[in-house]
Write a protein that binds this ligand. Structure first.
Ligand code: PCD
Length: 795
């Protein structure tokens, strides 16, 4: 194997950049207010867009009168859905993931016939100032004929309600199955015991710090559109906007994602609003800016989860799991978001085996249209929902068997020598040492002693609970071939360019797009390690489709493994070219050249050496290169991994529940994560902290609610509760390291892991605390009220 293909974290020069807890170089501008976000960008002649949205959940548009609004001072134009249709652009917001039998209703930029959820865009005002635009909104007169609406995914399918789309009379967008139904039935028939749980996973709202925004600049003379936007994947946005929505070729669209203040999934998607911003600029020939308000974000950013599930698990008396059966109604909202079909199907059902050897699995998911904000991936996406189901089932089964939940898990863990492990839910896990991570987590809390303390305290009338959450995650959202087989309309690869310039500094251009994860630091570490230069010599550029020709973006915890993998491969090719130049100039054969700390030297003669940065200079001088070699020192790399990566771990929470008041206090939270080789331990710890906070948020606080009129009741920060720092304990984190065997740098993702783990861990802990009350499950968010009711407080 040549050096360029070698796998492993630090096969470069050993400069030690990979694995170091280097401070995030990007933080100074971000923390001191000089970071440039979309709304900070100003172009000469910028106009402002405000969007009139429906305040009905379901209604037919009878008429729209824009004349009053048009007459207002500062208003340049008011557009309706009819205007977009008349302009002749393709005007569709396409889905990006097909499923067998999928119903794909029309999805336009501005509604023309009906509004299908509160917040549906119906008209657009462009004005000289932001205030003029938003003031004009209320002077647009829309007449509606109200229709009956439905917000719950089970009601949508089972009750006799008017369909959200005529194309789907029963509101079923897809009816998805995975696994072997017969084998599962048999496993259940043969097993000693069956345990089950009915659960709901509430709708979550992503809550990125920066609401979505766009600034579009159409240049009539060249027919080119420049669009700055809050994007997790500028190239994907370029692709989706081009043919399907605006009818422009990709090379006439430049998408730029400047600083992006958090995404958590919500900035993956191609929404009507950014497309309308672009279209308005094309109509007026002036730059147009749209900045969502916070409430607008709550109403229109894709929500997450919204599952109603019945899960069953079959076991033998000794705790051996024989089978798992799951049926879920997944709310999709009123329109299909790009991955809204994949999230509750392939990303969900495929992880139902969790960390366990389960011979038979069957899962059915009914995807339902409802009169609500579209639902798609939110941190953990699909995997979070699936792991939640299997972890709740394992806990409920432990209760049924009167077995310690840690012991039941242990008996069923996939053992280390079984990898690669093909689960009955159709995934091939790359590598894992599940028991090691679980033991480490249990050690941290002194598990046996803690159980003892729990028993003692119960005698005193105090209820502590110990929750365990063991998880796997399929991260990376690749490889392309597999994704294509399953219906993806996009690839799963990543692309990068690694470039030395003649002064020896390095630029890495990456097709992913950071929203706070720290790519500028970790990518520099990967490149520095491979090239033997200092991290400070590396500049990382993301988020501009004209500078970085290709990419797929940042979601599915893929950037470290797929993006970082691409950078490592590109850097290795650059290093090999440099090695050939070194051999030529040192007058020896390539095989005799060793590389160490950035220095190429002749084997056995360390004084005959050339530094890679000197070679970079030589490569651009081009005076003395090997015969037939082209000048320059840069490589473009496309990397399509052979598999997902499978991060895993076990989290343990200790809570105390006060049945009288229903109050829940988290005493301890221990997270043991395995994300393979770690590029930057400080960044990984930060990712875990943020992930836990969001998982705890889901378990105890968050949940979007609709009222009887189909209005979103949780549309402000004081109505949709996210946990405050003061409500969270100090997180205790630790790691095991099981490298991914097929990844060029041995890493696995980490961005979503802790969110996936934390929700089931906390619910497990609360249910464990309430065991004496016969409570084995409570739905999220578990509030003081739900605890109080479950413990008989309302009797
Ligand atoms: N890392 C390291 N090492 C390892 C891994 C990793 O170091 N082993 C690191 C990296 O490099 C980066 C981070 O860490 O920096 C992360 O990574 P990842 O895992 O690969 O991921 P990404 O791709 O980058 O990202 C994504 C994610 C997601 S997915 C989400 S949701 C979230 C997370 O990320 N989001 C966010 N995190 C975060 N953070 C922040 N700050 N912000 C945000 O927004 Mo989705 O699908 O979208 O639902």
């Amino acid at each position: 194997m040549s050096d360029a293909d070698a796998s492993g974290a630090s096969d470069g020069d050993g400069s030690g950049a990979f694995g170091a807890a280097i401070e995030r170089g990007e933080d100074v501008p971000l923390l001191t207010g000089s970071g440039e976000y979309t709304d900070d960008i100003s172009l000469r002649g910028t106009t402002h867009l405000a969007i009139r949205r429906s305040d009905h959940a379901h209604a037919r548009i009878e008429s729209i009168d824009t004349s009053d609004a048009e007459a207002m001072e500062g208003v340049l134009a008011v557009f309706t859905g009819e205007d977009v249709v008349e302009s002749g652009v393709p005007n569709t917001i396409p889905t990006a993931w097909d499923l067998p039998g999928l119903v794909q209703p029309q999805y336009r930029m501005l509604a023309t016939d009906k509004v299908r959820h509160e917040g549906t865009p119906v008209a657009a005002v462009v004005a000289e100032t932001r205030h003029a635009a938003s003031d004009a909104l209320e002077h647009i007169h829309v007449e509606y004929e109200e229709l009956e609406h439905v917000t719950d995914p089970v009601d949508a399918v089972e009750r006799d309600v008017p369909p959200v789309h005529d194309e789907a009379e029963d509101n079923v967008a897809f009816d998805f199955e995975l696994g072997d139904a017969d084998a599962t039935d048999e496993a259940f028939a043969d097993a000693d015991r069956v345990a089950s749980v009915d659960l709901r996973q509430p709708r979550l709202i992503p809550n990125a710090m920066e609401p979505r925004a766009a600034l579009a600049d159409w240049e009539e003379a060249t027919g080119k559109l420049r669009l700055w936007m809050t994007s997790q994947n500028p190239h994907l946005h370029r692709m989706l906007l081009s043919a399907g929505t605006l009818g422009l070729p990709e090379n006439k669209i430049q998408v730029i994602a400047p600083e992006v203040g958090g995404g958590f999934g919500s900035k993956i998607y191609h929404y009507p609003d950014e497309a309308v911003t672009a279209w308005c600029s094309m109509q007026l020939g002036r730059p147009v800016k749209w900045q969502a308000t916070r409430s607008e974000s709550y109403l229109t950013d894709c929500h997450g989860r919204d599952h109603v599930t019945t899960g069953e698990i079959a076991l033998d008396d000794d705790g051996t799991i024989r089978g798992v059966r799951v049926e879920t109604h997944a709310g999709l909202g009123a329109q299909l978001s790009q991955f809204g079909t994949a999230t509750p199907s392939y990303l969900y059902a495929t992880v139902l085996s969790g960390q366990y050897t389960i011979p038979a699995i069957h899962c059915r998911v009914v995807g339902a249209f409802t009169n609500t904000t579209p639902v798609d991936a939110y941190r953990g996406a699909g995997r979070a929902e699936g792991i939640y189901v299997i972890e709740r089932l394992v806990d409920v089964a432990a209760r049924e068997l009167e077995m310690d939940p840690a012991e039941l898990r242990r008996r069923n863990l996939v053992p280390p020598d079984e990898f690669p492990y093909e689960s009955a839910a159709a995934l091939v896990y790359d590598s894992g040492e599940y028991e090691r991570a679980m033991d480490l987590a249990l050690e941290h809390v002194d598990y046996e002693e803690l159980r003892e303390r729990q028993r003692e305290l119960r005698d005193e009338g105090r209820y502590i609970g110990i929750g365990i959450g063991s998880f796997i995650e399929s991260a990376g959202l690749s490889p392309s071939g597999l994704a294509g087989d399953l219906g993806a309309q996009a690839g799963g690869w990543e692309s990068s360019i690694v470039r030395f310039d003649s002064t020896g500094s390095v630029t890495v251009l990456a097709g992913t797009a950071d929203q706070g994860q720290g790519h500028r630091t970790t990518y520099a570490q990967v490149a520095a390690e491979e090239l033997g230069v200092s991290v400070d010599d590396v500049t990382v550029v993301e988020g501009d489709t004209d500078r970085i020709p290709q990419g797929m973006g940042t979601y599915g915890s893929r950037s470290a493994s797929v993006g970082g993998g691409s950078i490592a491969r590109g850097a290795r090719e650059v290093r090999e070219k440099a090695r050939r130049i070194a051999a030529h100039q040192l007058e020896t054969s390539v095989d005799d050249i060793e590389f160490d700390d950035g220095e190429f030297h002749v084997a056995g003669a360390p004084d005959r050496s050339l530094h890679i940065q000197t070679i970079a200079h030589e490569a651009y001088l081009g005076h003395d290169l090997p015969e037939g070699m082209d000048p320059g020192l840069e490589e473009t790399n496309f990397y399509d991994p052979e598999n997902f990566t499978y991060p895993f771990g076990t989290h343990v929470a200790v809570v105390e529940v006060e049945p009288e008041t229903g109050e829940i206090e988290i005493e301890r939270y221990v997270a043991v994560d395995d994300c393979g080789e770690i590029i930057n331990p400080m960044i990984v710890e930060g990712q875990v902290h943020g992930g836990i906070a969001q998982g705890i948020g889901a378990a105890l606080y968050e949940g979007a609610a609709y009222d009887d009129d189909g209005h979103l009741r949780t549309r402000r920060m004081d109505e949709y509760v996210v946990p405050h720092a003061t409500q969270l304990p100090d997180f205790e984190t630790d790691n095991t390291v099981t490298p991914s065997p097929h990844n060029p740098i041995g890493v696995k993702g980490v961005g979503e892991s802790a969110t996936i783990a934390a929700a089931p861990t906390i619910v497990s802990a609360v249910a464990d605390a309430l065991e004496p009350f016969g409570v084995d499950h409570l739905d999220m968010p578990i509030t003081p009220e739900s605890v109080w009711r479950a413990t008989g407080g309302d009797n």
